[in-house]
Design a protein around this ligand. Structure first.
Ligand SMILES: [Zn+2]
Length: 264
Protein backbone atom coordinates (compact mmCIF):
# COMPACT_ATOMS: atom_id res chain seq x y z
CA UNK A 1 0.00 0.00 0.00
CA UNK A 2 1.68 3.21 -1.06
CA UNK A 3 1.51 6.50 0.79
CA UNK A 4 -1.22 7.91 -1.40
CA UNK A 5 -3.40 4.86 -0.85
CA UNK A 6 -2.98 5.17 2.90
CA UNK A 7 -4.00 8.78 2.72
CA UNK A 8 -7.00 7.99 0.56
CA UNK A 9 -8.10 5.30 2.96
CA UNK A 10 -7.75 7.57 5.96
CA UNK A 11 -10.03 10.05 4.24
CA UNK A 12 -12.58 7.38 3.56
CA UNK A 13 -12.44 6.16 7.14
CA UNK A 14 -12.89 9.73 8.30
CA UNK A 15 -15.97 9.94 6.11
CA UNK A 16 -17.38 6.78 7.60
CA UNK A 17 -17.12 4.77 4.39
CA UNK A 18 -16.06 1.16 4.13
CA UNK A 19 -12.52 0.70 2.84
CA UNK A 20 -11.72 -2.16 0.49
CA UNK A 21 -7.98 -2.29 -0.19
CA UNK A 22 -7.96 1.03 -1.99
CA UNK A 23 -10.64 -0.10 -4.42
CA UNK A 24 -13.06 2.65 -3.50
CA UNK A 25 -12.75 5.87 -5.48
CA UNK A 26 -12.77 9.17 -3.66
CA UNK A 27 -15.87 11.01 -4.85
CA UNK A 28 -15.19 13.84 -7.29
CA UNK A 29 -16.87 16.23 -4.89
CA UNK A 30 -13.69 16.34 -2.79
CA UNK A 31 -11.36 18.46 -4.92
CA UNK A 32 -9.39 19.53 -1.82
CA UNK A 33 -8.47 15.97 -0.81
CA UNK A 34 -4.78 16.65 -1.46
CA UNK A 35 -4.65 19.35 1.21
CA UNK A 36 -3.60 18.58 4.78
CA UNK A 37 -6.60 18.20 7.05
CA UNK A 38 -5.09 20.34 9.79
CA UNK A 39 -8.05 22.65 10.16
CA UNK A 40 -11.33 21.99 11.84
CA UNK A 41 -12.09 21.85 15.45
CA UNK A 42 -10.62 19.52 18.01
CA UNK A 43 -6.83 19.84 17.54
CA UNK A 44 -6.67 23.28 19.08
CA UNK A 45 -8.81 22.49 22.12
CA UNK A 46 -6.02 22.88 24.65
CA UNK A 47 -4.85 26.17 23.22
CA UNK A 48 -8.09 27.93 22.40
CA UNK A 49 -10.98 29.38 24.35
CA UNK A 50 -14.10 27.93 22.73
CA UNK A 51 -16.47 29.64 25.12
CA UNK A 52 -16.46 33.21 23.87
CA UNK A 53 -19.62 34.63 22.27
CA UNK A 54 -21.01 31.65 20.43
CA UNK A 55 -23.19 33.80 18.19
CA UNK A 56 -21.17 34.46 15.04
CA UNK A 57 -23.42 34.41 11.98
CA UNK A 58 -22.70 33.13 8.47
CA UNK A 59 -24.64 35.02 5.79
CA UNK A 60 -24.68 34.58 2.02
CA UNK A 61 -28.05 36.19 1.27
CA UNK A 62 -30.41 38.41 3.22
CA UNK A 63 -34.15 37.89 3.40
CA UNK A 64 -35.77 41.24 2.56
CA UNK A 65 -38.55 42.63 0.38
CA UNK A 66 -36.57 45.83 -0.23
CA UNK A 67 -35.04 45.99 -3.73
CA UNK A 68 -31.45 46.17 -2.51
CA UNK A 69 -28.24 44.37 -3.45
CA UNK A 70 -24.72 44.60 -2.01
CA UNK A 71 -21.73 44.62 -4.34
CA UNK A 72 -18.54 43.19 -2.82
CA UNK A 73 -14.98 43.30 -4.20
CA UNK A 74 -12.41 40.79 -2.98
CA UNK A 75 -8.61 40.45 -2.88
CA UNK A 76 -7.56 44.11 -3.20
CA UNK A 77 -6.24 46.59 -3.17
CA UNK A 78 -4.15 46.12 -6.29
CA UNK A 79 -2.48 48.53 -8.71
CA UNK A 80 -4.19 47.24 -11.83
CA UNK A 81 -7.93 47.62 -11.17
CA UNK A 82 -8.80 48.94 -7.71
CA UNK A 83 -8.78 52.55 -8.88
CA UNK A 84 -11.03 51.76 -11.85
CA UNK A 85 -13.49 50.02 -9.56
CA UNK A 86 -13.51 53.00 -7.19
CA UNK A 87 -14.01 55.34 -10.18
CA UNK A 88 -17.01 53.36 -11.42
CA UNK A 89 -18.50 53.35 -7.91
CA UNK A 90 -17.95 57.12 -7.69
CA UNK A 91 -19.46 57.76 -11.12
CA UNK A 92 -22.70 56.08 -10.07
CA UNK A 93 -22.51 56.99 -6.35
CA UNK A 94 -22.75 53.31 -5.44
CA UNK A 95 -21.60 52.10 -2.00
CA UNK A 96 -19.75 48.78 -1.92
CA UNK A 97 -17.89 46.51 0.47
CA UNK A 98 -14.21 45.71 -0.08
CA UNK A 99 -12.92 42.48 1.46
CA UNK A 100 -9.28 43.43 1.73
CA UNK A 101 -6.23 41.17 1.84
CA UNK A 102 -3.94 42.45 4.61
CA UNK A 103 -0.67 42.13 2.74
CA UNK A 104 -2.17 43.96 -0.24
CA UNK A 105 -3.28 46.77 2.08
CA UNK A 106 0.29 46.96 3.40
CA UNK A 107 1.68 47.16 -0.16
CA UNK A 108 -0.96 49.27 -1.94
CA UNK A 109 -2.91 51.04 0.81
CA UNK A 110 -2.32 54.41 -0.85
CA UNK A 111 -4.86 53.42 -3.52
CA UNK A 112 -7.59 53.57 -0.85
CA UNK A 113 -6.61 56.85 0.77
CA UNK A 114 -9.52 59.28 0.82
CA UNK A 115 -11.67 57.01 -1.34
CA UNK A 116 -13.56 54.84 1.14
CA UNK A 117 -16.07 57.32 2.58
CA UNK A 118 -19.16 55.66 1.15
CA UNK A 119 -17.78 52.14 1.35
CA UNK A 120 -17.34 49.41 3.94
CA UNK A 121 -14.17 47.42 4.48
CA UNK A 122 -14.08 43.76 5.48
CA UNK A 123 -11.31 41.29 6.28
CA UNK A 124 -10.20 38.74 3.65
CA UNK A 125 -7.24 37.48 5.76
CA UNK A 126 -3.59 38.51 5.72
CA UNK A 127 -2.30 36.34 2.83
CA UNK A 128 -5.39 34.63 1.32
CA UNK A 129 -4.81 31.05 2.52
CA UNK A 130 -7.44 28.30 2.71
CA UNK A 131 -8.53 28.77 6.32
CA UNK A 132 -10.26 25.39 6.31
CA UNK A 133 -6.82 23.72 6.40
CA UNK A 134 -5.65 25.69 9.46
CA UNK A 135 -6.00 25.29 13.19
CA UNK A 136 -7.52 28.05 15.27
CA UNK A 137 -4.34 29.86 16.40
CA UNK A 138 -3.15 30.08 12.78
CA UNK A 139 -6.53 31.36 11.62
CA UNK A 140 -6.45 33.93 14.39
CA UNK A 141 -3.05 35.24 13.28
CA UNK A 142 -4.39 35.59 9.71
CA UNK A 143 -7.38 37.61 10.92
CA UNK A 144 -5.73 39.82 13.49
CA UNK A 145 -2.74 40.74 11.34
CA UNK A 146 -5.08 41.78 8.54
CA UNK A 147 -7.41 43.57 10.98
CA UNK A 148 -4.57 45.62 12.44
CA UNK A 149 -3.15 46.54 9.03
CA UNK A 150 -6.58 47.54 7.70
CA UNK A 151 -7.06 49.70 10.80
CA UNK A 152 -3.64 51.30 10.50
CA UNK A 153 -4.11 52.19 6.82
CA UNK A 154 -7.84 52.97 6.57
CA UNK A 155 -8.75 53.89 10.15
CA UNK A 156 -11.60 51.37 9.99
CA UNK A 157 -12.29 48.42 12.26
CA UNK A 158 -13.49 45.58 10.03
CA UNK A 159 -16.22 43.42 11.52
CA UNK A 160 -16.96 41.08 8.61
CA UNK A 161 -14.81 38.16 7.46
CA UNK A 162 -14.98 36.69 4.00
CA UNK A 163 -12.92 33.48 4.11
CA UNK A 164 -10.88 32.92 0.91
CA UNK A 165 -12.64 30.53 -1.51
CA UNK A 166 -15.61 30.54 0.88
CA UNK A 167 -13.90 27.72 2.75
CA UNK A 168 -14.88 27.46 6.40
CA UNK A 169 -13.86 25.02 9.08
CA UNK A 170 -14.83 25.00 12.74
CA UNK A 171 -11.59 26.83 13.52
CA UNK A 172 -12.69 29.71 11.25
CA UNK A 173 -16.02 30.06 13.02
CA UNK A 174 -14.47 29.88 16.49
CA UNK A 175 -11.88 32.54 15.70
CA UNK A 176 -14.43 34.81 14.01
CA UNK A 177 -16.53 34.50 17.15
CA UNK A 178 -13.58 35.18 19.43
CA UNK A 179 -12.52 38.36 17.64
CA UNK A 180 -16.07 39.67 17.21
CA UNK A 181 -16.55 39.04 13.50
CA UNK A 182 -19.45 37.72 11.46
CA UNK A 183 -18.83 35.67 8.31
CA UNK A 184 -20.13 36.81 4.91
CA UNK A 185 -20.19 34.70 1.74
CA UNK A 186 -22.18 35.53 -1.43
CA UNK A 187 -25.28 34.49 -3.36
CA UNK A 188 -24.27 35.71 -6.83
CA UNK A 189 -20.90 36.05 -8.52
CA UNK A 190 -19.28 37.30 -11.67
CA UNK A 191 -18.50 34.60 -14.24
CA UNK A 192 -15.74 36.21 -16.26
CA UNK A 193 -14.64 32.97 -17.93
CA UNK A 194 -18.13 32.39 -19.36
CA UNK A 195 -18.41 35.95 -20.69
CA UNK A 196 -14.81 36.39 -21.80
CA UNK A 197 -15.87 37.11 -25.38
CA UNK A 198 -19.14 38.83 -24.42
CA UNK A 199 -18.65 41.30 -21.54
CA UNK A 200 -22.11 42.89 -22.03
CA UNK A 201 -23.50 39.40 -21.39
CA UNK A 202 -21.94 39.53 -17.94
CA UNK A 203 -23.74 42.81 -17.24
CA UNK A 204 -27.05 41.42 -18.50
CA UNK A 205 -26.61 38.31 -16.36
CA UNK A 206 -26.16 40.35 -13.17
CA UNK A 207 -28.98 42.77 -14.03
CA UNK A 208 -31.52 40.15 -15.12
CA UNK A 209 -30.86 37.80 -12.21
CA UNK A 210 -30.77 40.36 -9.40
CA UNK A 211 -32.95 39.56 -6.38
CA UNK A 212 -33.64 41.54 -3.22
CA UNK A 213 -31.00 40.78 -0.60
CA UNK A 214 -28.37 39.47 -2.98
CA UNK A 215 -24.70 39.69 -2.04
CA UNK A 216 -22.74 39.93 -5.30
CA UNK A 217 -19.10 38.80 -5.50
CA UNK A 218 -16.61 40.54 -7.78
CA UNK A 219 -12.81 40.94 -7.65
CA UNK A 220 -10.56 43.98 -8.10
CA UNK A 221 -7.42 41.83 -8.26
CA UNK A 222 -6.73 38.71 -10.30
CA UNK A 223 -5.93 37.40 -13.75
CA UNK A 224 -6.75 39.43 -16.90
CA UNK A 225 -10.25 38.07 -17.32
CA UNK A 226 -11.36 40.10 -14.27
CA UNK A 227 -11.65 43.01 -16.69
CA UNK A 228 -14.74 41.36 -18.18
CA UNK A 229 -16.73 42.26 -15.06
CA UNK A 230 -14.88 45.44 -14.11
CA UNK A 231 -15.44 47.01 -17.53
CA UNK A 232 -19.19 46.39 -17.15
CA UNK A 233 -19.71 47.84 -13.65
CA UNK A 234 -21.25 51.07 -14.94
CA UNK A 235 -23.66 49.13 -17.14
CA UNK A 236 -24.61 46.94 -14.19
CA UNK A 237 -25.25 49.90 -11.88
CA UNK A 238 -27.35 51.69 -14.52
CA UNK A 239 -29.31 48.59 -15.42
CA UNK A 240 -30.02 47.63 -11.83
CA UNK A 241 -31.19 51.18 -11.04
CA UNK A 242 -33.50 50.99 -14.03
CA UNK A 243 -35.01 47.85 -12.49
CA UNK A 244 -35.57 49.77 -9.25
CA UNK A 245 -32.67 48.35 -7.27
CA UNK A 246 -30.69 50.32 -4.70
CA UNK A 247 -27.19 49.60 -3.46
CA UNK A 248 -26.08 49.11 0.14
CA UNK A 249 -23.03 47.94 2.03
CA UNK A 250 -23.08 44.44 3.48
CA UNK A 251 -23.58 45.74 7.02
CA UNK A 252 -26.52 47.85 5.85
CA UNK A 253 -27.96 44.81 4.12
CA UNK A 254 -27.53 42.64 7.23
CA UNK A 255 -29.39 45.26 9.26
CA UNK A 256 -32.32 45.09 6.83
CA UNK A 257 -32.68 41.33 7.15
CA UNK A 258 -35.93 39.75 8.28
CA UNK A 259 -36.23 36.43 10.03
CA UNK A 260 -36.61 33.65 7.50
CA UNK A 261 -40.13 32.21 7.52
CA UNK A 262 -40.32 28.59 6.49
CA UNK A 263 -43.33 28.40 4.19
CA UNK A 264 -43.08 24.74 3.27
ZN1 LIG B 1 -10.28 35.99 -2.45
Amino acid sequence: MNRRTVFRNSLLVAAGLAVGAGAVEIPRMWPQAHLPLAGGYAPAADRFDYDVRGNTTVTWHVQTTEPVVAFTFDDGPGPKWTSQVLDALDDYQVPATFFLVGQNVAAHGDLLRGRLDRHEVGNHTWSHPDLATMDAPTVQRQLTRAHETIHAVTGRDARLLRPPYGHIAGSTLMVADKVGYNVVLWSRQMDEARYRKNPPGQAADIIDNARPGQIILAHDVGDPKRWVAISQLGAMFAGLRQRGFRFVTVSELLAMGQPVVDSR
